[in-house]
Design a protein around this ligand. Structure first.
Ligand code: ADP
Ligand code: MG
Length: 608
């Protein structure tokens, strides 16, 4: 129930929705039932019912269906007196037509209203889920979870839409229909209705248990079939041996045995299965027969309690009672499914973000001194990935990280924009712990280029000015210039307005990477983070990209992770990272001079 209400909260504010909706639903339901009750006056007119014809004065006003019926009787009697049977027939038919029109007007508007509500709920829910996704802590996005996250937005929201959405309409309309129908039935004959209300649920229960029992044992035939398949499988696989051992007769007999058994079970099943509809119909009819009997005896006899026309109307209406009841039961089942989905989705919505701004977080808009990693340790789960890492990047200097893959270099780069929080130690930007800064202002200082150029299915222009809605063409062009991207962009069919396809699929690897660099240039960040920005490229485009990068790094504070040592020879400090530790540090020359260090080994390997 709580979950259900929480879904409905997405529909707020409702304003005048509920009264209007109830009005239209009431219109549908009331006139829908009226369509059936008009049968009585129709029969009265056709058979010139004595009692009705005698109703000559308007009845006293009462607030129940009885009044309506009496008033109808009066109107028709009046019409019969003045215009004869035919005129009365016209009037009844007119009522019937009008009632159909009204009930359908109500149906149309109430359905459209509920669809609008449903669309709004789903739209908002999806939006909420998506915006929550984009604010999830980055560690959440490893591959196993991706499918799960996508299913939240698609299957689960769909499920909520299907079941909970339509159920709202059913749960308002059908009980209303049911109650009104029963009310009218009571007005027509409370004795019959009391009986029906007692007998119907009981017989429904008896029938459904019977049917369920009959439908069991489907499993047995399944097993028999699988035994046939086993024989077939063995026969096909062992044909050589069967022939060699002259066992053809034997295997045929085995097949026949299983086959006969299967047929026997099928027939038994069919006997039981086909019994179900018959039994349920017989039981159902019994109920009807009993009602016919009871109703009939109310109509017959000298002191008849009920007119024949009223009884006919009763029967017709009674035959309709089961529909809303069935609908309610089905809907309850559907809602259960929707609620299961809703609980999954809400579970995700309720996740606390792991990286949060402190209430009194500071902002920073320029880097003036530099960045420091102070005794930083970090683990993914219980796996320690960084162990006591310390280094500084003075403003305007370049620090390069090299080392075997898996050593922890990318992790170091991820900690600086605070994609994760350190386990021990601290990362300081201009002497301020990154945890004391707002994420917004911290990340505003940084531009990141990674190995896989992450581009979006949009124009070149929008990919460079990424997220800046007030971008100017001149700035975008200048950024492309610096990134050595302008030349190829100008050759594209629509220049800067060219759509680059899913993840930039219409561009080559080198072009994609130069666009990512242009994006970083455009942002003109104080701190540049390059994580193997060139390692996915062929030598030709690497050269171009490397030039673009050198341009970008000039006089900028940079943390560069390099795959090829030649690209970071000019770095102010090179750190060799191995198994989460910094094992060597110094300039290119210093490291080479260290004799038998790791850096020297790496550079020798690459020289070959
Ligand atoms: P490098 O960039 O030096 O190749 P990484 O920093 O990417 O190394 O990874 C360091 C270690 O942390 C690796 O052993 C890697 O398997 C592990 N690792 C990286 N990212 C995650 C993650 N999101 N969850 C769990 N383990 C990770
Ligand atoms: Mg890496």
């Amino acid at each position: 129930m709580k979950t259900y209400l929480r879904i409905l909260r997405y529909a707020l504010p409702l304003g005048s929705f509920l009264p209007t909706y109830l009005f239209f639903t009431l219109l549908t339901v009331v006139f829908g039932i009226l369509n059936f009750t008009i049968l009585k006056p129709l029969l009265d007119v056709l058979f010139s019912n004595e009692a009705t014809v005698k109703t000559l004065s308007p009845p006293a006003i009462e607030l129940n269906p009885q009044y309506l019926i009496k008033y109808f009787d009066y109107l028709i009697a009046d019409q019969m007196q003045t215009g004869g049977q035919r005129a009365a027939l016209y009037m009844v038919c007119g009522f019937f037509a009008a009632s159909i029109v009204f009930s359908n007007i109500g149906r149309y508007f109430s359905t459209v209203m509920i669809e609008g509500l449903r669309a709004r709920v789903v739209n908002r829910l999806r939006e909420h889920v998506f915006s929550r996704l984009t604010r999830l802590h980055l560690g959440y996005f490893n591959n196993e979870r991706k499918g799960e996250l996508i299913s939240y937005l698609t299957t689960d929201v769909q499920e909520i839409e299907n079941s909970v959405g339509s159920s709202t309409a059913v749960m308002i309309k059908e009980p209303m229909t049911l109650i009104l129908m029963i009310w009218v039935l009571i007005t027509l004959s409370w004795k019959l209705t009391l009986f029906a209300v007692l007998v119907l649920p009981l017989s429904a229960f008896v029938i459904s248990t019977l049917v369920k029992r009959l439908k069991r044992n489907a499993g047995e035939t399944q097993q028999a079939l699988s035994r046939i398949l086993t024989v077939l499988d063995e026969a096909l696989g062992g044909m050589r041996i069967i022939n060699a051992f002259n066992a053809i007769g034997y295997i045929n007999r085995r097949f026949q045995k299983e086959n006969t058994e299967y047929s026997r079970l099928m027939v038994t099943m069919a006997r039981r299965r086909e019994l179900a509809p018959s039994i349920s119909e017989i039981f159902g009819s019994f109920v009807v027969v009993v009602i016919l009997l009871m109703g009939g005896s109310l109509v017959l006899g000298p002191d008849a309690e009920m007119s024949a026309s009223a009884f006919s109307t009763y029967l017709l209406l009674f035959s309709q009672v089961l529909r809303p009841a069935k609908e309610i039961v089905t809907t309850i089942g559907n809602v259960q499914r929707g609620l299961a989905s809703a609980e999954r989705v809400f579970g995700m919505l309720d996740l606390e973000p792991q990286i949060k701004d402190k209430p009194n977080a500071q902002t920073i808009d320029r880097l003036t001194k530099g960045v420091e990693f102070r005794n930083v340790s970090f683990s993914y789960g219980d796996r320690k990935v960084l162990d006591n890492v310390s280094f500084t990047i003075p403003v305007g200097k370049t620090v390069a990280l090299v080392g075997q893959s898996g050593g922890g270099k990318s992790t170091i780069a991820d900690l600086l924009p605070r994609f994760y929080d350190v386990a021990e130690g601290a990362i300081l930007v201009d002497g301020i712990d990154v945890r004391d800064l707002t994420q917004q202002s911290l990340r505003n200082l940084m531009g990141i280029v990674t190995q896989e150029s992450t581009l979006f299915n949009d124009s070149v222009y929008n990919n460079i000015a990424f997220g800046d809605e007030a971008a100017s063409m001149a700035d975008v062009q200048r950024a492309a210039e610096v990134a050595h991207a302008a030349e190829f962009v100008n050759k594209l069919a629509n220049g800067y307005q060219t759509e680059i396809g899913d993840r930039g699929g219409r561009l080559s690897g080198g072009q994609r990477q130069r666009l990512s660099i242009a994006r970083a240039v455009y942002k003109n960040p104080d701190i540049l983070i390059l994580d193997e920005a060139t390692s996915a490229l062929d030598t030709e485009s690497e050269k171009l990209v490397q030039e673009a990068l050198s341009h970008l790094m000039k006089n900028r504070t940079a943390l560069v992770i390099a795959h090829r040592l030649s690209t970071i020879m000019d770095a102010d400090i090179i750190l060799v990272v191995q198994n989460g530790k910094i094992v060597e540090r110094g300039t290119h020359q210093e490291l080479l001079d260290m004799g038998d260090g790791l850096y020297r080994k790496l550079s020798q390997l690459q020289a070959m």
